[in-house]
Design a protein around this ligand. Structure first.
Ligand SMILES: Nc1ncnc2c1ncn2[C@@H]1O[C@H](COP(=O)(O)OP(=O)(O)OP(=O)(O)O)[C@@H](O)[C@H]1O
Ligand SMILES: [Mg+2]
Length: 262
């Protein structure tokens, strides 16, 4: 589904990513960890199409990724990206209106009704059925991320990009969000690429875990970028193992001996 061929990304003199060679099959759930600033978000932006590789290629279903984000790809960021002056339902309807304006002009009354129905169903699916008419400031952090996920899924994307979507949530809420994401992934058959700082989360959710890092940790040369130093098939951990991992896994910033965890 996605193929990255010898891709590099520079900003000016600074090399961020280098020599990325990756194939992603449809339906995979890839979790990504790595030190702050190593280029994980930049990598997601290359899949989204808002950044181009400086060298090499990123191919989606046989074609180069288009310059503008397409409806094939949905995205959720850590920072709440919903519109604060709109209700939960209107936050979804406005996304539909943007899309329509580009291609078909304004909503007809009929298509608006059909769209409202679709949006309501999706909000039900992510657990926001009871709060359709509330404003984001009236929601908890977890609920706002549920709304952001619903927005991202509205265009029926085949690929969902999640950039530390649960980093700001407390552990209980985060567990609920894990359930939701796994449910959506299984039910919709989408491909998920998720950045996390929480290695335990990465092991629990993913079918494959990538570690982004410089090939030589100690190298502070700006001409050396990060690459994928580990590509581990993991096959979603069970809830029991998830508990057990607590004792074994250190925060990723101090991670040095990943092999011991496997
Ligand atoms: N538009 C830009 N112009 C110049 N440099 C940039 C730009 N975007 C990102 N960078 C630089 O690229 C590097 C990688 O940034 P990126 O946001 O991808 O890191 P990250 O791995 O997502 O970090 P974090 O875990 O903190 O989110 C950083 O050094 C950042 O300063
Ligand atoms: Mg980032």
């Amino acid at each position: 589904m996605i193929e990255v061929r010898n891709a590099f990304k520079h900003y000016g003199e600074q090399v961020i990513l280098e020599k990325l060679n990756i194939t992603i099959q449809s339906g995979e759930f890839i979790t990504m960890v790595g030190p702050s600033g190593c280029g994980k978000s930049t990598f997601l932006k290359m899949i989204l199409g808002t950044e181009k590789p400086s060298k090499g290629e990123v191919i989606l279903n046989g074609n180069p990724i288009p310059n503008e984000p397409s409806s094939d790809v949905g995205v959720v960021f850590q920072q709440y990206s919903v519109f604060s002056h709109l209700t939960v339902l209107d936050n979804l309807l406005i996304v539909g209106r943007f899309k329509r304006n580009k291609t078909l002009g304004f909503f007809s009354r009929q298509s608006k009704r059909a769209f409202t129905e679709k949006a309501s169903l999706l909000l039900q699916k992510v657990g926001l059925k009871q709060v359709l008419n509330k404003y984001p400031h009236e929601l908890s952090g977890g609920m706002r991320q549920r709304l952001a996920i619903a927005q991202a899924l509205l265009g029926e994307p085949k690929i969902l990009l999640l950039d530390e979507p649960f980093g700001a949530l407390d552990p209980g809420t985060r567990n609920d969000m894990h359930k939701l994401v796994l449910e959506l992934w299984r039910e919709l058959g989408i491909t998920v690429l998720m950045v996390t700082h929480d290695l335990k989360e990465g092991f629990y959710l993913g079918t494959r875990l990538w570690v982004f890092d410089k090939a030589n940790h100690h190298n502070i040369d700006k001409h050396q970028g990060s690459t994928i130093t580990y590509d581990l098939p993991i096959g979603n951990a069970s809830p029991e193992l998830y508990q057990e991992l607590d004792d074994k896994i250190q925060p990723v910033e101090t991670l040095t001996r990943l092999e011991n965890v496997r």
